[in-house]
Write a protein of this length. Structure first.
Length: 352
């Protein structure tokens, strides 16, 4: 894809400084991977020297950097500009609309003429798939699932029956939407399964990572609200509510009926126990174990999770324990020696 440096600057709403306007841009890459003819980016002046020494043709930089040894594209937000440039050079293109002849599509399914169904995909009874949506090979869409416009279900993803997927949703390979929640009663014959007759609703602009699972509700809905972004290998249990624009990083586990309000961030490998309420804007640090509700806007960390500053104090104190133990052992020896000396002194006095 041919584009000049000057045209790229206009595309990024930036200002080209330092010449090279007619140079052709071969691509875009981070500083650790940039090749000759490609453009890279820096977030601040501290990284400029490294970018200047790289093979990069030019550097996307904040407006605070006024000159460099290479041409600059000055922008207000280098990270956002870099992301936009990546989109321009994205080699991935959506497949053309149509249904592949090897796909298995129920007669009652309503597939928009501008949707794409890939090889060996399975589309169940009563399924509705909107315009521009893509179902890649070997994906399985259960009966009476609704998928909105411009959504993507990648290869080998599975959506169980009666789930609802909004517009511009991405469900990556291996994800499972709508499996039964983990619910059992203890009976005379052992564990008796609780039927899960609810559903999963995934609202618009959600992304769900590879091998992530979102369980269906016992009754009612498990909800992933608009704009939420969920990483790979995340477990979301039955009747959980994930609020708008929330971010959930890899290997997080959220137990049943917990509610995450809007704009929450949950770090990798964190766990949230059942029936917890996480307030809007809260942050759960990676590897935390949340066993109590979290107030809005609070950052928690540790196990069990507590306010982050308290956890830092606790960790700092914990690191002092080995030294304190050594001190205690020395004091014990000194006390023992003093006690023995005192006993000797008493014995001497008694002799007199």
């Amino acid at each position: 894809m041919n584009i000049t440096l000057a045209t790229l600057a206009v595309y990024l709403d930036g200002t080209l400084v330092g010449g090279g306007a007619d140079s052709l841009v071969a691509g875009i890459a981070g500083m650790d991977a940039v090749s000759e003819g490609e453009v890279t980016f820096v977030l601040n002046e501290r990284l400029l020297e490294e970018a200047e020494a790289s093979p990069a043709l030019a550097i996307i930089a904040p407006t605070s950097i006024e000159s460099a040894k290479k041409p600059l594209i000055q922008v207000n937000d280098p990270r956002a500009a870099f992301s936009r440039a990546l989109s321009f050079f994205d080699w991935r293109r959506p497949p053309l609309p149509g249904i592949h002849p090897t796909a298995i599509v129920a007669q009652s399914a309503a597939i928009h003429a501008h949707a794409h169904i890939g090889p060996m995909a399975v589309i169940g009874e009563g399924v509705v798939i909107g315009a521009g949506s893509i179902v890649y090979p070997h994906a399985v869409i259960g009966n009476h699932v609704e998928i909105g416009k411009d959504s993507v279900v990648y290869a080998h993803a599975t959506i169980y029956p009666r789930c609802t997927i909004g517009d511009r949703v991405a469900i990556h390979s291996g994800a499972v939407i709508g499996a039964d929640g983990f619910g059992y009663n203890s009976g005379a014959a052992g564990w008796e399964k609780i039927p899960h007759l609810g559903t999963v609703t995934i609202e618009d602009d959600v992304e769900i990572g590879a091998n992530t699972t979102v369980d269906r509700a016992t009754t009612g809905e498990t909800i992933i609200a608009k704009g939420a972004k969920i990483d790979n290998l995340v477990m979301i249990a039955h009747n959980v509510k994930v609020g708008p624009r929330s971010i959930i990083v890899g290997q997080v586990g959220i137990a049943g009926s917990s509610v995450l309000e809007s704009d929450i961030m949950v770090g990798g490998q964190a766990g949230i126990s059942d029936h917890r309420h996480i307030g809007a804007g809260a942050i759960v640090a990676g590897r935390s174990g949340v066993s109590r509700d979290v107030a809005p806007g609070v950052m928690v960390s540790g196990y069990p999770a507590q306010p982050h500053l308290d956890e830092l104090k606790y960790e700092a104190a914990l690191r002092k324990v080995p030294k304190l133990l050594d001190t205690i052992k020395k004091l014990e020896k000194r006390i023992e020696a003093l006690e023995k000396k005192a006993e000797c002194d008493v014995a001497e006095v008694e002799k007199v």
